[in-house]
Design a protein around this ligand. Structure first.
Ligand code: SAH
Length: 516
């Protein structure tokens, strides 16, 4: 295993060994990289290139010109003794790190340098050769406080660069605001004297794991601070604005599906495009929020532990005011509005205020998750019932009516991953559920980072403890889990990364044109 390094050569003396006749891109890159990595000095040894030739090509992004003074160019052949004579006094003049730059050295020469580096414990990196490198560099991306390093374990730096580009594309432009905001938020929550440590963690996780990434940069810390103690109503701009050409407002309760745009109904997409104001749950995925046209205002429910009821009241109040002003309001809910989404309550609220609610179903996460995990929820001879349960009862307690075991039933528990430790003993000891019942945890169904973890009921608590969960997730139980794939007898659990970017092939512009 090589050391994979993001270069930080604090106070090291580094030799770059080169013998090419022209200044290569790789040479420029390595000079730039090493000079920027805070070294003691960088010594370039090349017998063919003059100092002025090299310096004239150095229009790279050295942070600070004073760094250039750390570059020493020796116009000579490299000698093995250089490894032992050109370093710092502190380490008896032994060089700290070596880069072989050009690929046209004889292999025997490279072996000689490499072996001498090994003997003297000098880390060496040979261009395009993992065989003669003791360390390799990560392809890195730095943006303010964010640093990402990528490696394909020496299977090609081009691939790392490509992956890097893809990753960077998916990072929101306001990532530094997001990082800063979340860090302030963490400090704010940590300094709160009312919440205990567990509650603080829960708060943070509710915000960081569930809130759409782009929005994390915009949450107002002051407002959240108020949320912690008391709720302050925020009025979306559209309510204050006078742009109001519709006489009677409308309200639609719309399911967004579990994540992917491919699982959004055409009806939902249409209502998103026609809305004046979208009131969204924080679980509604970023991909879907990205579809919302710029002129449509979005308000995201501020549901955090202990604040769910207040946030719900706030949302309903905003919705009502907007309809009264004649706006077209879309209440966008994750999955299906009626599956553990308080959709019915919202319907009744608006109905009681004299408004008819238009309800559009959405694909519910249990159905998408089971399909994607390869679990036929009903299967002849195996399962002829499906049950969808919650792992959280009223006031956050364990649900009172957990079901008795029924062997031909596929049971899907939502909101259960954190609660399973408390639920399992009841299922196994009181409700006669067998410990060897196959189960699958399905996380982030239909998103690019979807993951399935298969295990058996008896191991479930342990497995949930071992994995770092990727919310949102649900638990599927029943013999239907075993129809396509089974765990081996002695296999405790199996993690399967099932995420695919379904949406890459969705030509949204075409769909939108069709809709219009
Ligand atoms: N109305 C939603 C469910 C809301 S309850 C629906 O119809 O899907 C929230 C729970 O749904 C989460 O705790 C989780 O258990 C589940 N869930 C939502 N989206 C999910 C997803 N993409 N993958 C896995 N589980 C999901």
């Amino acid at each position: 295993m090589k050391i994979l390094a993001q270069l930080d050569t604090s106070d090291e003396s580094i030799i770059l060994i080169d013998n090419s006749n022209s200044v290569s891109k790789n040479l420029i890159n390595k000079i730039s990289l090493t000079l920027n990595s805070n070294p003691n000095k960088v010594i370039l040894i090349n017998p063919n290139l003059s100092q002025s030739e090299i310096l004239s090509k150095l229009d790279f992004d050295i942070k600070n010109l004073s760094q250039l003074s750390k570059l020493e160019i020796l116009n000579k052949e490299f000698e093995i003794n250089d490894l032992l004579n050109l370093g710092r006094d502190l380490v008896k003049k032994i060089i700290d790190r070596v880069f072989i730059i050009s690929s046209n050295f004889e292999e025997s020469k490279i072996i000689e340098i490499y072996q001498n580096c090994l003997i003297n414990r000098i880390p060496i990196n040979t261009y395009n050769s993992s065989k003669y490198s003791t360390f390799t560099l990560l392809s890195t991306y730095n943006n303010g406080d964010l640093q990402i390093g990528i490696t394909t374990n020496l299977h090609g730096c081009k691939m790392s660069s490509r992956l890097k580009r893809e990753l960077i594309k998916s990072i929101p432009p306001n990532i530094n605001d997001i990082i800063l905001n979340v860090s302030n938020l963490r400090n704010l929550i940590n300094s709160n004297e009312i919440l205990n440590k567990k509650e603080k963690l829960k708060w943070l996780s509710q915000i960081i794991d569930y809130y759409p990434l782009n929005e994390l940069g915009k949450i107002s810390i002051d407002k959240l601070n108020n949320d912690l103690n008391d709720l302050v109503f925020k009025t979306p701009n559209s309510l204050n604005s006078s742009i109001n050409n519709k006489k009677i407002g409308k309200i639609s309760l719309v399911g967004s599906g579990p994540g992917s745009i491919s699982n959004l109904t055409i009806g939902a997409l249409n209502s998103i495009y026609e809305a004046d104001l979208i009131l969204a749950d924080k679980l509604v995925p970023q991909e879907i929020l990205n579809l919302i046209p710029k002129n449509v205002e979005i308000f995201i429910a501020r549901k955090f532990p202990g604040n769910a009821d207040n946030a719900q009241d706030e949302l309903l109040k905003i919705g009502l005011e907007a309809i009264e002003k004649g706006l077209n309001v879309v209440r966008l809910k994750q999955g299906d509005p009626y599956i553990f989404g308080r959709g019915g309550e919202e319907y009744l609220f608006f109905q009681n205020h004299g408004y008819k609610v238009n309800v559009l179903c959405g694909l519910s996460s249990p159905f998408v998750a089971t399909i994607n995990a390869g679990i036929p929820t009903t299967h002849r001879g195996v399962a002829d019932q499906i049950m969808i349960c919650t792992g959280v009862g009223r006031l956050g307690k364990i649900p009172e009516n957990l079901p008795l075991f029924e062997s031909k039933r596929t049971v899907i528990f939502l909101m259960s991953i954190k609660r399973i430790v408390d639920i399992l003993p009841i299922l196994i000891n009181e409700k006669q559920w067998p410990s060897n019942l196959p189960v699958a945890i399905v996380e982030r169904a239909s998103c690019g980072d979807e993951r399935v973890i298969r295990t058996r009921l008896g191991n479930l608590a342990d497995v949930c403890n071992k994995i770092e969960s990727r919310p949102p997730g649900l638990i599927v139980t029943g013999w239907a889990c075993d129809v396509y794939t089974k765990l081996n007898d002695n296999e405790e659990f199996r993690i399967i990364e099932t995420g695919v970017s379904l949406d890459d092939n969705v030509d949204l512009e075409k769909i939108v044109t069709l809709l219009k």
